[in-house]
Write a protein that binds this ligand. Structure first.
Ligand SMILES: [Fe+2]
Length: 532
């Protein structure tokens, strides 16, 4: 048997290529599918099936694109209601791949149509060796029951189904059966996933909190309490997957734009998405731009903060990063990148266009300012559970995904510090405030420190790649930076735009993150620079 897991850290997503005797199946492919085709070819296998464990909500799947390129049959759980030709698989149905038998288990709960796939290698045994559990069973967790793929059912009903799927089906398997889920730590399809990428039924029976013996009612209560937010794009992506997205290679490559063209498009309402490290963004950026650094979970934050269909212009460090950003955006259904700033901020400056900047400071400086009695409003944009676990005294918690709609609660005229990445507080330090366990392990943004309302912002952050730092950038109309003659006049109007980045503090490490992009996007020819 050939078996390989492909793990996409950006979306905490695992997909699989399984083969035998010159035949193969791909399970839960990501949207860009070249890697499966190349791997199958290298192994001398033909991809006969594309199996989807459910209608994914957190990414656009490559099932239709892969089927179009390989002639493979697409397999979904019978309740998916997919609108293209596919096999609607039921409990016990068997799919033959060489000498392998892939046996379908219906495991609803995360979504109504969820299936798991048992892998039997008939050359070894008639007993299953592995189970691909999709989002029914993760390592250390189970799938959340409240996503939009569950339309028509309450979260409580779905959690009840999940309990039955786990105890009536998956946990009936032998302890030695290996477990391979569709997601790992960081995915919003669960809330407490392990960093491990695989496990066994026996290990999960022992250590997974959700599999502990408990009455069904208690399980339902536990699974429907304190769930993380559901990003707005989840509903759209589940529907895209139901109808099937076109192959990523059919997307047009964005146009190469001059600074003047970018400026015009910004004024016309295009979103300027700056994918550089936050430290670089802080130094200088197109006024009004949104910053989501390419490092870390770029795609899921983009999906969370940018409505699908928004016309986008990208600013990056180089062209390779443009391709990487476009690919990652397409993976969550954002296909409307109209162009990119040719030559990046260097050309913007050279053209004499006004930039905005965000001076940055570290946690120690915030501590100093608090101790000195500075008049600061402190906004903590981490998730509620993170805030509860320890926060800066006097901080107000509003999680990042809700910040834009909740910004009216804050005083725009008051200097503001925004606490972003993880607070690594130890013991009772959490109660006393801001001393990090290691220098620079979290960061913040301050706004208006030069006495102007929400004019200057400061960032940022170091810490692990799981950090979710952010900056607020709202150049004020009265601010010469924002209202500069050549600047974007819309930048100072309305609410602050949100600037989010996974970058670290200004250092060599942040530049390394900026170079982490790799791969390229197979696209059609460049279109004209009109980018309308
Ligand atoms: Fe899912």
């Amino acid at each position: 048997m050939y078996f390989k897991q492909f793990y996409l850290g950006c979306l905490a997503h695992a997909s699989y290529l399984i083969g035998s005797d010159g035949e193969a199946a791909v399970v839960d492919p990501q949207r860009d599918v070249d890697q499966y085709i190349a791997e199958a070819e290298a192994e001398g296998m033909i991809i006969k099936y594309v199996i989807e464990t459910h209608l994914h909500a957190d990414f656009v799947s490559g099932h239709r694109g892969l089927a179009a390129r390989t002639g493979a049959e697409i397999v979904f759980g019978a309740n998916a209601g997919a609108t293209f030709p596919h096999r609607a698989a039921r409990e016990g149905e068997e799919i033959r791949v060489g000498k392998l038998v892939l046996r379908i288990l219906e495991t609803p709960g995360h979504t109504p149509e969820s299936i798991s796939v048992l892998v039997v290698d008939t050359e070894v045994s008639e007993e299953p060796l592995k189970v691909l559990t999709g989002d029914a069973l993760f390592i250390g967790d189970v799938g959340r029951p409240d996503l939009v793929g569950s339309k028509g059912y309450t979260a409580q009903q779905m959690a009840g189904m999940l309990y039955d799927s786990l105890h009536g089906n998956l946990l009936k398997l032998n302890d030695a059966v290996e477990v391979y889920p569709a997601h790992g730590a960081g995915s919003l399809c669960g809330r407490n996933m392990s960093k491990e990428k695989s496990s066994t039924i026996g290990e999960q029976r022992k250590f997974n909190y959700a599999l502990k013996e408990m009455p069904k009612e208690e399980f339902i209560r536990m699974m429907t309490t304190d769930l993380p937010e559901v990003p707005a794009y989840f509903m759209k992506d589940a529907e895209i997957n139901r109808t099937g997205a076109a192959g990523i290679e059919t997307l047009l490559r964005p146009a190469r734009l001059t600074p003047e063209e970018v400026n015009q498009l910004a004024q016309a309402g295009h979103l300027i998405l700056d994918a550089r490290p936050a430290a670089d963004f802080g130094n200088a950026h197109v006024p009004g731009a949104l910053n989501i650094g390419l490092g870390g979970q770029f795609a899921s934050w983009a999906g969370t903060l940018i409505p699908i269909g928004t016309p986008i212009v990208i600013v990056t460090e180089d062209e390779q990063c443009v391709d990487e950003a476009v690919t990652r955006l397409a993976r969550v259904g954002l296909e409307t990148v109209k162009g990119y700033l040719d030559g990046g901020m260097y050309e913007w400056d050279k053209a004499g266009l006004q930039s905005a900047a965000i001076p940055q400071m570290l946690a120690d400086e915030l501590l100093f300012q608090i101790q000195e009695g500075a008049d600061l409003q402190i906004i903590d944009v981490r998730r509620p559970a993170e805030f509860k676990a320890g926060h800066v005294p006097g901080g107000f918690n509003i999680q990042l995904a809700d910040l834009e709609k909740g910004i009216s609660e804050f005083d725009k005229d008051r200097p503001t510090a925004v606490v972003t990445g993880p607070l690594h507080l130890m013991g009772d330090q959490a109660a006393s405030g801001v001393r990090p366990s290691r220098p620079g392990s979290y960061g913040m943004v301050r706004v208006g420190l030069r006495g102007r309302p929400l004019t200057a912002t400061a960032a940022l952050v170091s810490g692990p790649a799981s950090a979710r730092p952010l900056a607020i950038d709202n150049p004020c109309p009265s601010d010469p930076v924002a209202a500069g003659k050549k600047g974007n006049p819309s930048a100072g109007l309305g609410w602050p735009s949100i600037s989010l980045s996974m970058a670290r503090k200004r250092s060599a490490s942040s530049r390394v993150i900026g170079r982490r992009c790799s791969g390229s996007l197979p696209m059609a020819s460049p279109r004209s620079a009109a980018a309308a």
